[in-house]
Design a binder for this molecule. Sequence first.
Ligand code: SF4
Length: 304
Amino acid sequence: MKPRILLSRCFSQPVRYNGSIVNDEFVNKLKDYIEFIDFCPEMEIGLGVPRKRIIIVEEDNSKKLFQPETGRELTDIMIQYCQRTLNAVKDIDGFVLKAKSPSCGVGSTKLYKNGAIVGKTYGFFANEIKKTFPLLPLEDEGRLRDEGIRKHFLIRIFAFAELREILKNAEPKILVQFHSRYKYLLMTYSQKSLKELGQLVADGKIPFEEKVHIYKDKFYEAFIRKPSIKRQVNTLMHLMGYVSKKLSHKEREHLINLINKYSYGKIQLKVIIELLKSLAYRFDSEYILIQKYLEPYPEDLDVQ
Ligand code: SF4
């Protein structure tokens, strides 16, 4: 199941203000693993290519979209376009937009006041996405260069795509299996959510249709914040619990040493996960092997 992602159109077509295309290594790679739909708000409100630059200006405590060279104000037409477009978007798992653009930037767009730059803000399209889909991952290619942000984004889009797929023909057994596979990923993100979702899945009184909707929202909420190293360590220790009795004293000590090294930032999480995977294969530990925590998205996307 491929995540369905909304991309800024300039990642695949020459629609930027100067007629160029954005060539981003990670976004190019990502395209092979997702189904994408694309939009170019500036083209779609009729600005054409090439076009004069537009900027966001703070005026009377609100943000307005201006084209300085023509004196046109584009605030209303842009907001109406964004709302109309986003209201029609269905079955979506996340968004990747173009950084620094007055339409698409995700907190990276220059904000002007009285002719001077006074800070950074969201582009108009990005801002409407944030309001319409507050629980879905929204990033731009600039932010995705940060490894932590990128991994967090990938984990979410692949998890949300899988959930979306299973909910199409949901039946209780499938939801139980899904929840079971995501147990340790959920534990890493939010113990509270893991507990609440577990109780929800087990609840025999809530009609299944209703249960599925509640599950979806709570699952999305669980993944809002990036987990800390402490939480990762907690999950690793839990997973280690499944195999530790079968390990020799020296093997156990080695594994604990590695986890400690990870907690001090000396080695990557991946090193321990691969070791845990090998141990799970050796001891035929099916329950560990089915865990999405071990490989939440295709390994190929794990670029450094
Ligand atoms: S950043 Fe957004 S508005 Fe600008 S060219 Fe790309 S898709 Fe169009």
